[in-house]
Design a protein around this ligand. Structure first.
Ligand code: DSN
Length: 414
């Protein structure tokens, strides 16, 4: 029986979400539109198969085909990141990071990561996350200019003497210098762990410096700039670390891997290995740069005054309206983004003084600099007159018209 006939509520809600994704301009920096082939295999019979263990060493029979699938995913992942070992089983980026810590740390060990309010991630030691509960976490941040000051990171590392340093961020618009982090880690004898979830799609295209060979271990999600299915991965060049990672993921924190998602990761990696991928990643950066240029020309402040990657952080510290106000005004105008804290933040994390805007999803729809110029100007128009509800309605209609020229999925997929 079809979903439409069996469960009309979920069918209708899924179609409503498809319409929302189609009609709105998706500018959440961590979101993307994955490929139809990825969706196809994720919705396949592979979901039926239990395969606890790793290829060739499973705890269940009947794994001959899923073994081949996981091996393909591993080999493609290694080729992409140019490394010797990959674990493609983490169900998410958070679980990948939990797996990394489980492999290298004991409860109570010290870790040093980027402060959540400065652009870090929950799993980089935030006290509300298991990374901050199980380990003693310390933080570095960005300066008021929005950039990491590597000398300060070195000073903090020298005082804290962490066992592991995390580099990588969720809201940092500038290139991360993995070589400098390596020097800092070496100066205190710490492991260096890069979480490249946000920038992985750029890294594998050569559009951002690679964390290898500088980092001992690297994690990522597969759905952000990589544009694959939701999920996590862990990579390393060190055989001892690789073995520890495998045990840390299974049986450490996960049971049966999601074989339909692992197959989808393999399909996503095949896209990432193609020549077209390099064109896409270059365009993601070019589009973010154009957006930054337009917003600056319209007299808006950007954290770090620009971008080297796929995202732009707008700061409203000098404005009467907040990040939350801007987020709502843009949502009313057909643009989806998220409020974000900024360096020197004066408002609460629920209100904030900034928004984060990303280019990956709209680039996947085929938009280029010309469209980002239009969108940047529309964002500025809305923010210039933030209480003008009529303007928000008319911009929403204009942007819906623009969106309709860039189809995401050319047939109903459900
Ligand atoms: N939630 C993701 C982001 O928005 O950056 C990180 O996991």
């Amino acid at each position: 029986m079809s979903l439409e006939n069996f469960d009309r509520e979920i069918y209708d809600l899924t179609n409503s979400e498809l319409k929302r994704q189609t009609n709105y301009l998706e500018m959440i920096a961590s979101e993307n539109f994955t490929y139809p082939e990825v969706l196809e295999v994720m919705g396949s019979i592979l979901t039926n198969k239990y395969a606890e263990g790793y290829p060739g060493k499973r705890y269940y029979g009947g794994c001959e085909f899923v073994d081949e699938i996981e091996t393909l995913a591993i080999e493609r992942c290694k080729k992409l990141f140019n490394c010797n070992f990959a674990n493609v089983q983490p169900n998410s980026g958070s679980q990948a990071n939990q797996g990394v810590y489980g492999a290298l740390l004991n409860p109570g060990d010290k870790i040093l990561g980027m402060d959540l309010s400065h652009g870090g991630h929950l799993t980089h030691g935030a006290k509300v996350s298991s990374s901050g509960k199980m380990y003693e976490s310390f933080f570095y941040g960005v300066e008021l200019d929005g950039r990491i000051n590597y000398d300060k990171v070195a000073d903090i590392a020298n005082i804290v003497k962490p066992k592991l340093i995390v580099c990588g961020a969720s809201a940092y618009a500038r290139e991360i210098d993995f070589a400098k982090f390596r020097e800092i880690a070496d100066s205190v004898g710490a492991y260096l762990f890069a979480d490249v979830a946000h920038i992985a799609g750029l890294v594998v295209a050569g559009e951002h410096k690679s964390p290898f060979p500088h980092c001992d271990i690297v994690s990522s999600t597969t759905h952000k700039t990589l544009r694959g299915p939701r999920g996590g991965i862990i990579m390393t060049n060190d055989e001892v670390i690789a073995k520890k990672v495998n045990s840390s993921i299974f049986p450490g924190i996960q049971g049966g891997p999601l074989m339909h998602v692992i197959a989808a990761k393999a399909v996503g990696f095949k896209h990432n290995l193609s020549d077209e991928w390099k064109v896409y990643a270059k365009q993601v950066k070019a589009n973010a740069k154009k957006l930054a240029e337009v917003l600056i020309s319209r007299k808006y402040n950007l954290v770090s005054n620009g971008t080297d990657n796929h995202l732009v952080l707008m700061s409203f510290l000098d404005k009467e309206f907040s990040g939350k106000d801007a987020d709502m005004a843009l949502e009313n105008s057909g643009i989806t983004c998220n409020k974000n804290t900024v360096p020197g933040e004066t408002r609460s994390p629920f209100i904030t003084s900034g928004i984060r805007l990303g280019s990956p999803a709209l680039t996947s729809r085929g938009m280029k600099e010309a469209e980002f110029e239009i969108i940047g100007n529309k964002i500025a128009d809305i923010l210039d007159d933030i209480n003008n509800k009529d303007l928000q309605i008319s911009v929403k209609n204009e942007l819906k018209e623009l969106a309709s020229k860039f189809i995401i999925y050319d047939k109903a997929m459900y």
